[in-house]
Design a protein. Structure first.
Length: 329
């Protein structure tokens, strides 16, 4: 076969010895089977942004840090250089996630190197040595569906304990290897602590698993594993060996509406007072102090610029607020 242009540098540098053939082509990359010494591996060649149909949604990029401030500004402005940096960040997200998850014992392909838009990882094979099928191509019994669902929930938990959420998990990016399921395709992986939509993404991943395995085991369709996992995380009780039930206790206690409204009102008054203090200081007037319970009405009068308060009774009268004992400025 004709050697893809993007793979030529890897051949020249000895990172791969032979391109065996194309394995598949998707929205974001084309995957080739290659030989490296005695090992058979995958070379994932990322497509240019213009050729991809998968969009780099802002929700996925939320929380991803860029150390170089120039790059961050360029990405924010959407310049040509910024788009290049954004593309590199998108690819690096998968590499970083793979190395982190592999180190945490999550079942992902072992990564080796990513260079010039090509990611080199282990080839996932089935029990007879062929390329492992995607989960959606496998027929399951109810018992096998329940077994695989439990295994994958554990992988989701392990990922979350490592600080990562897949973000697009489904039966289409899970391979069924000889020794169990393997999770692939992680360019949209998100930081669980830094992304504002992390909880909803986790629940969506878990719901996708339930929807697929629920075809074979309908009892999974009524479970609430995603919410349970996130609740355990927030409570500090999530660990890799946690036992999940699929049930979550809902707080049915009545809401103290009066208390909530009172807190909102107090917050509003405090903000009004803060804004007024800023306005008075900006206008060259000195604000008086109000307690949180006071009404934020006008309690401020301008201070005469050159008043002699020791000898000028009129100046002292000007800054004395009638009706408020002891309030003298």
């Amino acid at each position: 076969m004709k050697i893809p242009k993007r793979l030529l540098p890897l051949l020249e540098e000895g990172l791969i010895d032979e391109v065996i053939g194309q394995l598949m082509s998707g929205n974001e990359a084309t995957v080739y089977v290659v030989r490296s010494g005695e090992s058979t591996r995958c070379a994932k060649v990322y497509k240019d942004a213009k050729q991809r149909s998968f969009r780099q949604a802002a929700s996925y990029r939320d929380g991803r840090k860029v150390k170089n401030s120039r790059q961050a500004r360029a990405m924010e402005k959407g310049t040509r250089y910024g788009r290049q940096m954004q593309e590199a960040s998108w690819q690096n997200a998968e590499v970083d996630a793979l190395f982190r998850l592999a180190g945490a014992g999550v079942r992902v392909p072992q990564p080796y190197i990513c260079t010039d838009g090509v990611l080199l990882v282990d080839l996932v094979i089935d029990e007879v040595g062929d390329v492992a099928p995607r989960l959606n191509d496998v027929a399951l019994t109810e018992a096998r569906a329940l077994e695989l669902h439990a295994l994958l929930l554990n992988q989701v938990v392990r990922m979350l304990c490592a600080g990562v959420i897949h973000g697009d998990l489904s039966e289409y990016n899970i391979l069924l290897a000889a020794d169990g399921p393997v999770i692939i395709d992680l360019p949209q992986a998100v930081d669980a602590a830094g992304n504002n939509e992390a909880a909803s993404m986790l629940e969506r991943d878990v719901d996708n698993l339930a929807a697929y395995f629920g075809r074979f085991a309908p009892q999974l369709l009524t479970a609430s594993y995603g919410m349970e996992i996130w609740t355990l995380l927030e409570a500090g009780r999530l660990h890799v060996d946690v036992e999940l039930t699929g049930r979550i206790e809902v707080d049915t206690r009545p809401v103290d509406l009066d208390g909530v409204l009172q807190e909102l009102e107090e917050t509003r008054l405090e903000e009004d007072m803060r804004v007024r203090r800023q306005q008075e200081l900006s206008a060259g007037r000195e604000p008086c102090s109000l307690s949180p319970g006071d009404s934020p009405k006008e309690h401020y009068l301008p201070v005469p610029p050159f008043a002699d308060f020791r000898n000028d009774q009129a100046a002292r009268d000007t800054v004395t607020r009638p009706g408020i004992p002891g309030l003298v400025r």
